[in-house]
Design a protein around this ligand. Structure first.
Ligand code: ADP
Ligand code: MG
Length: 340
């Protein structure tokens, strides 16, 4: 990237207003100087978005900017951390002024909403790929972990499942579903809303947590494995959006064919269990905190109780009639046999 292109990049990324008093030196030097709060644990995470892998190639720049930060904020939420500082490694084919403007609109709107400062980064030329590294704080020892689930814990999930996965499938046949429902699902894919606020409300209640990026079945599976436990899920309790239901209800033959390639068995259940990109929070809560959880759920924390942790290893998915359902695929794995 030439020096004029670097000027362009600095003009876009080094903006005032990201001012946090704990950023002693931000963009412009060889490194950022940051002052972590005394007596807190620092939580760090990084996630990369590759064009055509983590977002469809037709995704608008503003959505890409939003999503690059959102997936990292989602990791902060999954740790119960309060996000603070982000760094951005951006690789792009050329310095395109209007694309950068859109990207920054999406990125900084979400950063402002969560009081996150962009404190540095790196800019290189190449196929479009965006890495964001993020850091946040938790009270000592209070991070949500994957290995804390215990038998008897209630399994909960925020929001609704399967919307983003269905949106990806709809890209294969846009005649499916009402336009407003399709637009809703596409927005769920393009503009995931990280559950940071919800996670902070859940501090003190959670035994284990993970964000659902690769599908509930796979991600909850990681929690169960790390905790040395198993679980039963009640599939009729999986939270589905009205738009998800209406799209499945009005699906045509081509849509069903696409769906069956993805999920040979129960389409709605497999989409909700196995499609990625939802960025909801899945967490377990000991039964003694049930009433506190129900209070939060009734007062603005969108969450559903979907199952229970058990001592027996494995994840059992039960239908309303009591029978077991085995998902037709496991989840999204970049190096696995499944493809999306
Ligand atoms: P160096 O060669 O010393 O690494 P760079 O020219 O890569 O410096 O970066 C100069 C400054 O601009 C650094 O403070 C770096 O953190 C910042 N920077 C570069 N690219 C980005 C970006 N995409 N987003 C935020 N800050 C960036
Ligand atoms: Mg550099």
């Amino acid at each position: 990237v030439s020096s004029s292109e670097f000027d362009l990049i600095r003009r876009h990324f080094a903006r005032p207003g990201a001012g946090r008093p704990d950023v002693l030196l931000g963009i412009g030097d060889d490194g950022a100087v940051l002052r972590p709060p005394a007596g807190k644990d620092l939580v760090a995470a990084i996630d990369t978005l590759v064009a055509g892998v983590h977002f469809p190639l037709d995704t608008d720049a503003e959505s890409i900017g939003h999503k690059a930060l959102a997936v990292n904020l989602s990791d902060m939420a999954a740790m119960g951390a309060e996000p603070a500082w982000a760094m951005l490694a951006l690789t792009m084919p050329r310095a395109d002024e209007s694309w950068l403007e859109g990207f920054c609109r999406g990125f900084f709107a979400l950063a402002r909403a969560h009081d996150v400062a962009l404190v540095g980064g790196d800019t290189t030329r190449g196929p479009l790929s965006i890495s964001v590294q993020i850091q946040g704080f938790v009270p000592p020892g209070a991070a949500f972990r994957r290995d804390g689930a215990r038998p008897g814990d209630l399994i909960c999930v925020t929001g609704t499942l399967g919307d983003a996965g269905l949106a990806l499938l709809l890209e294969q046949d846009m005649d499916i579903g009402r336009p407003d429902a399709r637009a809703y699902l596409r927005r769920r894919l393009d503009r995931p809303q990280p559950r940071v606020r919800e996670a902070l409300l859940l501090r003190g209640l959670v035994h284990a947590a993970i964000d659902v990026s690769d599908g509930l079945f796979a991600d909850l599976g990681h929690v169960l494995e790390a905790s040395g436990v198993g679980a039963t899920l009640h599939l009729e309790r999986l939270p589905l959006s009205a738009e998800f239901r209406s799209c499945l209800d009005t699906m045509n033959a081509a849509g069903y064919a696409a769906l069956r390639r993805f999920a040979p068995g129960l389409a709605w259940a497999d989409l909700a269990l196995c499609s990625g990109d939802d960025y909801e929070l899945c967490f377990t809560v000991p039964p003694e905190h049930r009433s506190r959880l129900e209070y939060l759920a009734a007062n603005g924390l969108p969450c559903s109780l979907i199952g229970v942790v058990e001592a027996d290893a494995g994840l059992r998915c039960r239908l309303e009639d009591g029978s077991l359902h085995q998902p037709g695929r496991r989840g999204y794995d970049h190096f696995g046999a499944d493809d999306r």
